[in-house]
Ligand binder design. Structure first.
Ligand SMILES: Cc1cc2nc3c(=O)[nH]c(=O)nc-3n(C[C@H](O)[C@H](O)[C@H](O)COP(=O)(O)OP(=O)(O)OC[C@H]3O[C@@H](n4cnc5c(N)ncnc54)[C@H](O)[C@@H]3O)c2cc1C
Length: 457
């Protein structure tokens, strides 16, 4: 659509407007066959340019899909039916770095890993650690309220965002909060934007809270002969009041797919793995790790306690790569992110395998045990339309199971496109109406990420 490109080029500079490539029309749902269509790809380099693009698109009824690193698992950054993809990749300025005040203000396009490195270089920690941190952006993390392994102790991204600068659909710039740790003056509009998946506003910058980096972080890995013993160990850690930073699990099927890369003597195979990490001062972490080893050791067939820094880094590198190792078996997967009360984890792990078997799909799960958050996964070869359809049907059963166990259809990735309408399973009509009304107030013409985060089918 040359007319659109010409109009956008008038608003920005010529180098900031392109026709999108195929890779720019996909995200991590690519293997599920989610492929979008857009007329233009724009890369504004300032809040003022984002505002100009949105004001123009709103006036001309052109859809805008905000895009971060494109690592999302819900198809949220995939443009469905033309319009403009607004990529934040050039908005990478660090507007303020104040280590002595434990905070920084960064633009939305900075990668998660960059933010974490900046914090670490200053003796601080930005705790959110979603698995694709080298590519995902802070804006994308805020828009999905991303979690990660250390969410168990430190909470999800939103807990670390004290202020947001964003551009509304009509081009107005708003600032909510700032370098302050408390703010109860108005309705929590900042909280509303966190996790809104690009459907309410485009996040352009954020004030982030930091904490002093723990002196030591010591993982303990337990291996169990069956799911029940592993789940019992997780519950023992929690019931003993052991405030570990991370509490992760892998089921037997995941270990079979990804265990070969495990950097340790145990666990090339096994039936259930638990990874806990104790952090704090060196003395606190060592004491807590001992107590965790005691709690995990009961009923374990093996324990692994890496202590050299390189070994610990290798363990987390492997854990971050589990998603890719699982995909490697057939070349693709449909991985959902259901969440249940943590004491129902064992039931959800078993249900995932049973649902997979009913639909003739290899299944497995791993995830954030302490949060009751499963990456419940069905293996699918890319292009296998029949298997994809069976995985879709399996997903429906999985979501019903999560809700029946008292949980939610999404603990991390959001609804995006692939889970549109699933909110209906867990919210009543009055709450769904409020959800829809919020969208209408923020974006009356419906130009922001249309088709995404829909409450009803
Ligand atoms: C290997 C791997 C591991 C992962 N591990 C985790 C994990 O542990 N925890 C977890 O939570 N997720 C995880 N994810 C999913 C993904 O990394 C997160 O959802 C991440 O927050 C997405 O960030 P992004 O910048 O890539 O966003 P994108 O994929 O580009 O976009 C995601 C959504 O946010 C919107 N958006 C993006 N930027 C903005 C903005 N500036 N303003 C408004 N809306 C915006 C988009 O429109 C879209 O709806 C993983 C993904 C991969 C591939």
């Amino acid at each position: 659509m040359p007319r659109l490109i010409a109009a956008l080029t008038d608003l920005l500079d010529a180098g900031s407007v392109r026709v999108p490539s195929a890779a720019q029309l996909q995200d991590s749902t690519e293997a599920r066959g989610v492929l979008g269509r857009a007329d233009a790809w724009v890369t504004p380099d300032s809040t003022a340019s984002v505002a100009r693009v949105l004001a123009w698109c709103n006036e001309h009824d052109v859809a805008v899909t905000p895009r971060g690193g494109g690592t999302g698992f819900a198809g949220g950054a995939v443009p469905l039916d033309g319009g403009v993809v607004l990529s934040l990749e050039r908005m990478t300025a660090v507007r303020a770095l104040e280590p002595l005040r434990w905070r920084m203000c960064v633009e939305a396009g900075l990668t998660t890993a960059h933010v974490r490195r900046l914090a670490r270089e200053n003796g601080l920690l930005f705790p959110p650690d979603p698995g694709a941190a080298e590519v995902s952006q802070i804006g994308g993390n805020i828009a999905t309220n991303a979690g990660g392994p250390h969410t168990f102790k430190y909470g999800v991204t939103g807990r670390w965002v004290s202020g947001i600068e964003a551009v509304l659909a009509d081009g107005q710039v708003i600032t909510l909060g700032g370098p302050i740790s408390k703010d109860v003056a108005g309705y929590d509009l900042r909280g509303l934007l966190i996790g809104s998946e690009g459907t309410l506003a485009v996040v352009t910058a954020a004030w982030l809270r930091l904490v002093p980096a723990p002196e030591a972080a010591l993982p303990v890995v337990g291996l169990y002969d069956d799911t029940d013993s592993g789940v019992a160990a997780i519950e023992r850690v929690i019931a003993s009041g052991l405030a570990v930073a991370a509490l992760e699990y892998l089921d037997a099927a995941t270990i079979a797919l990804a265990g070969h890369g495990f950097p340790g003597a145990v666990a090339k195979t096994g039936s259930f793995m638990v990874i806990a990490e104790a952090d704090g001062s060196a003395a606190e972490a060592a004491r807590l790790a001992d107590e965790v080893a005691h709690a995990l050791g009961e009923g374990a067939s093996a324990l692994h306690e890496p202590r050299a820094r390189a070994e610990i880094e290798a363990l987390w590198r492997w854990r971050d790569g589990v998603s890719n190792l699982v995909s490697a078996r057939l070349g693709g997967k449909v991985s959902e992110d259901i969440v249940v009360p943590f004491e129902r984890l064992g039931e959800a792990v078993t249900a995932t395998l049973e649902i997979g078997a009913r639909h003739d799909l290899a299944a497995c799960s791993w995830g954030h045990a302490g949060d009751g958050n499963l990456h419940a996964t069905f293996l699918v070869a890319p292009g296998d339309a029949d298997a994809l359809e069976r995985a879709r049907a399996a997903g429906e059963e999985l979501f019903a199971t999560a809700v029946s166990l008292g949980g939610s259809v999404s603990g991390e990735h959001g609804l995006g496109w692939v889970k549109r309408g699933q909110l209906e399973r867990q919210w009543g009509p009055a709450a769904l109406d409020l959800h829809d009304a919020v969208k209408k107030i923020f974006d009356p013409r419906g130009i922001l990420n249309p088709g995404k985060k829909l409450s009803r089918r």
